[in-house]
Ligand binder design. Sequence first.
Ligand code: MN3
Length: 230
Amino acid sequence: MYLLPELPYPKNALEPFITAEIMELHHQKHHKGYVEKLNEIIATYDPTLFDCMSETTMAMYINTFPISIRQNVKNQLGGHVNHSFFWSLLSTKNTDVFKQKLEPIFKDQFGSFDQAMDEFKTEAKNHFGSGWTWFCYNPISENIEIRSYQNQDNPLFDNLYPLLGIDVWEHAYYLQYKNKRSDYIEAFTKIINWEYVFELWNSYNENKQDDGHESVLKEDGHSHHGHGCC
Ligand code: MN3
């Protein structure tokens, strides 16, 4: 069984940037629904997968799933993995010291930190329909890339590692921001947990000499069920 993680803060902790009402619905209805449906699919298909595959490992092996259930697994597993990252990526505590540590890394790639954030915000704003925009770490090129994904697809499906992502499904902002997605994106940039982004960055880099992908994510906090594939 995969479990709905607790929010790492009270549901009103992100106000006024994201209301308690949105957090309650988003976590207790949307995310919970993905976990429940994922559990149903796995239990029907092969319950032993619960014992041998973490969510993140499963995401990286998504293309080995039988075609008959693959899209359904992608939708529910992606919804679970995306939202698990998302809650941890948000915080109202001051994490500027970690942002400052990351700035040179983004500067190397995008010219400046502000340029990187501008490109990310533009990508998220222009993302058509429902989905996510991510900064991802590419373990092959060792670069940070901005990628948009439709629906609940996640960078791990492409063997890219999630660093920072924003949910641009209307359920993430509509109750508060209506059709003003740009205002929601601006608010999001004010509540980023740079400490967690920095932890993710370090975990990917510390493990990049290891072979295989499973080791790379072992410290990410999402792996509750071991790392091997049966
Ligand atoms: Mn969502």
